[in-house]
Design a protein around this ligand. Structure first.
Ligand code: NDP
Length: 299
């Protein structure tokens, strides 16, 4: 028996369709168009692709997409000034600085300069604090997307044992908080965890957010578990031709799918949910900034 494949692409399309419809309601009821500003420093090819896709999907959702580019050698002060400018611009509801930024800039300083209400990446300590306190705030996009896929797959999560491998502020910690909020019993693992295999084997929900290709093996998965692979690792793929690469997750997908009841593939699992959740955050932020109840939009 083979597990069900959790189709992140399809879920993301459905989510974006609902966001577009809610955005149209916002426009017709209040005459407000959400605006998302993305700032890109330098010319990193992967970041260029992310930013282009974000722009396309933002416009498709009926929102205003603003793009700002700074040179690789721009000063940190210049970038922070740009962020302040966007903080003060009423037509901008969400601000995202594409990471990574060049080494001479402090990622943390940038995160803390963005107004928490416009922090659609959900990385500001104020938003992390809201999440840890079980309060409303901006939730980081990738963990939010992963949690939506888990809810969609399993429905009620209360009492399930969730094991999250990885404790970054970007993925591991927020997803653990989201699952705790759903009344899961949550175990967080990291590079110092002893008995990682045994801990993973006890998981009803196993989330991998590590960045090590296929770290989680077939015999680490409890029969019937739901496996969510957040990892994105680019490996050489000479079998596809010279210079070709492929994406693999943190889970041995071909092995784990034989044991799990459901599993996300890489690519096509959690990845596509990230931009959809960014748009959702932009819409939520727009409502919060204009004192509009999000529930009014029929989402
Ligand atoms: P980080 O490098 O920030 O964190 C990795 C985590 O894995 C750390 O907590 C680390 O532990 C832990 N870890 C490292 N080695 C081991 C090990 N051998 N056993 C157990 N735990 C280990 O990565 P991110 O959280 O930013 O990203 C994780 C993965 O998710 C990456 O593959 C990344 O590409 C992907 N990703 C995908 C996104 C998307 O789908 N759009 C978005 C963001 C990330 P410690 O804290 O002890 O060092």
């Amino acid at each position: 028996m083979s597990g069900t494949i959790i189709d992140g692409k399809k879920n993301a399309i459905d989510l974006r369709r609902r966001i577009k419809s809610a955005t149209n309601n916002l426009k017709s009821k209040y005459g407000i168009t959400p605006g998302l500003a993305v700032v890109l420093v330098g010319n990193d090819p992967a970041s260029e692709i992310y930013v282009r896709n974000k722009g396309i999907q933002t416009k498709e959702a009926g929102m205003e997409s603003l793009e700002f580019r700074l040179a690789e050698d721009a000063s940190e002060d210049n970038l922070l000034k740009k962020v302040e400018e966007l903080n003060n611009d009423n037509s901008v509801n969400g601000i995202l600085v594409q990471f990574p930024v060049p080494k001479h800039m402090s990622q943390q300083k940038i995160i803390e300069t963005i107004l928490p209400l416009k922090d659609v990446d959900g990385l500001h300590p104020v938003n992390a604090g809201y999440l840890a306190s079980g309060l409303k705030g901006m939730v980081p996009c990738t963990p939010q997307g992963a949690a939506l896929l888990i809810k969609e797959t399993l429905g009620e999560l209360s009492g399930l044992h969730a094991v999250v491998v990885g404790r970054s502020n970007l993925v591991g910690k927020p997803i653990a908080q989201l699952l705790l909020k759903e009344n899961c019993t949550v175990t967080i693992c990291h590079s110092r965890t002893k008995d990682l295999k045994e801990t993973c084997l006890s998981a009803d929900i196993l989330v991998a957010a590590v960045g090590i290709p296929e770290l989680i093996k077939e015999d680490w998965v409890k029969p019937g578990a739901t496996v969510i692979d957040v990892g994105i690792n680019r490996l050489d793929a000479p079998e596809k031709g010279p210079g070709k690469t492929k994406l693999v997750g943190d889970v041995d997908y071909n092995g784990a799918i034989k044991i799990a009841s459901s599993i996300t593939p890489v690519p096509g699992g959690v990845g596509p949910m990230t931009i959809a959740c960014l748009l959702l955050n932009t819409l939520i932020a727009t409502c919060a900034q204009n004192n509009i109840e999000f529930s009014e939009l029929g989402f």
